[in-house]
Design a protein around this ligand. Structure first.
Ligand code: AMP
Length: 487
């Protein structure tokens, strides 16, 4: 008898799981599945790679198996919300894999960034499970393309991330549309106060299941920090990628911003590495292509931002490199969880420059351990050459120029020796030093106006006064006629 059977799952589903290679439930599955089969709400605190998709997916599949008939048009029996499109795609794939041949299962992905029509058409027939990102689902709900009144199961996966991404309003709106007669499961890797609040609003006397203590990182991941100046990071990364002892076979590199991810990808390409970027500014197709290339091994390096990387479950990632430390320390836990999946071991290397030491301390506080550190914060660039200090620019306030925000005076950078010949030349030409005669400029520079040596008046300057009268065409013609007549 498989352990999954002892959890109370139907035999046909257990058979399909065994055929798919799932024989031993993970810790979160062992704890959550029996409670969910009893109909309880569950709050799951599980880190990435813990098997939480099956923990909420299998009880839903068992519940759907018990139902008779077809779902009604435009309705869904279960709704799973995920923060990113990649994670939603992955959840859908996994759930269909778990169901295998055990049942006829209809699932629909409702995601932004791809065609709405195909989604609407599939929903029109009625489905068993919708896996969605909150934004697009709310759109379809508002447009009357989906009804949630028959939905019995609601899952919020990676709820902490959903809140971070500003999905709180659509999530609440969607939960309200489902109504109170539902079973709700909320999973989160970390338990921020905002998540606690959301739980209070959405869950009814939930059973709390926890795979590992909050904020803890997978022990099998070997974590370390390399200190370096920010410009030296590129060189440090190149050394790591070239190192045979490091053995970086499949690497995911995290950058803090989309722009930063593009910059790292570009320099990797220049330095001769095959790398692709995945972030929110890329089209959904480009994101899927990058992920596919990385998963198939065609591309050795995937450069990602935190948000885009949330759903990535690629086997065999040997290294996670934090090119920048994350703003939110909890993201560190998510990032490094991309390696060491399914009990495999992995390595996480964090490059930390002088501006990031505070963030490093926050991470260490969260994971409750001190990370081993090597390197030198004062390493300046790839070549190790100390850069000349940047010359200070004159202080200037942004915004339109006005009396209170004048154009800054530029300092005369010439040395006194360089200035002298001009003063001497002026003396020679005018017999007197212009500096003595003309008012000194605030910046100390000499006015370069040529003056008549006798009168001392500026030369080549139009006299101020009435402008010379210009003749119109008729006046010119009249003058020409008179002139010719006189001649
Ligand atoms: P998750 O935490 O749901 O993203 O799952 C991480 C990975 O673990 C997925 O690739 C699953 O296919 C796999 N997995 C889930 N449950 C089991 C299990 N009981 N035994 C082996 N692998 C599993």
């Amino acid at each position: 008898m498989s352990d999954f059977t002892s959890l109370g799952l139907p035999a046909s589903l257990v058979q399909s799981l065994t055929a798919g290679g799932f024989t031993e439930p993970t810790k979160i599955q062992a704890h959550a599945i029996p409670k969910l089969l009893e109909g309880r709400d569950v709050l799951g605190i599980a880190q990435t790679g813990s098997g939480k998709t099956a923990a909420f997916g299998l009880p839903i599949l068992a519940g759907i198996m018990d139902l008779t008939g077809r779902p009604r048009p435009m309705t869904t029996r279960a709704l799973i919300l995920a923060p990113t499109r990649e994670l939603a795609v992955q959840i859908d794939e996994n759930i269909r894999k778990f169901a295998g041949g055990a049942m006829q299962l209809n699932t629909v992905l409702v995601l932004g960034g791809v065609s709405r029509n195909a989604q609407v058409q599939k929903l029109a027939r009625g489905v068993d499970i919708v896996v969605a990102t909150p934004g697009r689902l709310k759109d379809l709900l508002d447009d009357g393309k989906i009804r949630l009144n028959e939905t019995r199961w609601l899952v919020l996966d990676e709820a902490d991330r959903m809140l971070d991404m500003g999905f709180i309003a659509p999530v609440k709106h969607i939960a309200k549309a489902i109504g109170p007669r539902r079973q709700t499961m909320l999973f989160s890797a970390t338990m921020a106060p905002a998540v606690e609040d959301l739980c209070k609003g959405l869950l009814k006397e939930p059973v709390r299941v926890e795979a590992t203590p909050q904020g803890s990182t997978v022990v099998k991941i070997d974590q370390r920090v390399i200190l370096s100046g920010s410009k030296a990071k590129r060189g440090v990364l190149n050394e790591l990628l070239a190192s045979e002892t490091e053995g970086m076979e499949r690497v995911i590199i995290f950058a803090r911003t989309k722009h930063g991810a593009d910059r790292v990808t570009k320099s990797l390409a220049i330095d001769g590495h095959k790398a692709m970027a995945i972030h929110g500014n890329k089209s959904q197709n480009a994101r899927q292509a990058a992920l596919k290339g990385f998963a198939s091994g065609q591309v050795r390096i995937l450069v990602a931002t935190d948000i885009a990387a949330r759903g990535i479950d690629v086997q065999g990632i040997t290294h996670v490199v934090n090119y920048d430390l994350p703003d939110d320390p909890e993201n560190y836990v998510h990032r490094i969880g991309r390696t060491g999946r399914n009990g495999a071991s992995g390595i996480a290397i964090t490059l930390c420059d002088g501006t990031e030491t505070g963030k490093l301390r926050d991470v260490e506080r969260l994971i409750r351990r001190t990370l081993p550190v090597s390197g030198d914060l004062h390493l300046t660039n790839e070549t190790g050459v100390q850069e000349a200090p940047k010359t200070a620019r004159p202080a200037s306030r942004p915004g339109p120029r006005s009396a209170r925000n004048p154009k800054p005076a530029f300092a005369d950078r010439r040395s006194p020796a360089e200035r002298r010949p001009f003063a001497d030349f002026a003396k020679e030409v005018g017999g007197r030093s212009q500096q003595a005669e003309t008012p000194q400029r605030v910046d100390g520079q000499v006015n370069r106006v040529r003056r008549d040596p006798d009168t001392g008046k500026p030369m080549g300057v139009k006299p101020i006064g009435k402008p010379k009268q210009r003749w119109g065409k008729n006046q010119k013609d009249a003058a020409r006629v008179t002139h010719t007549a006189r001649a």
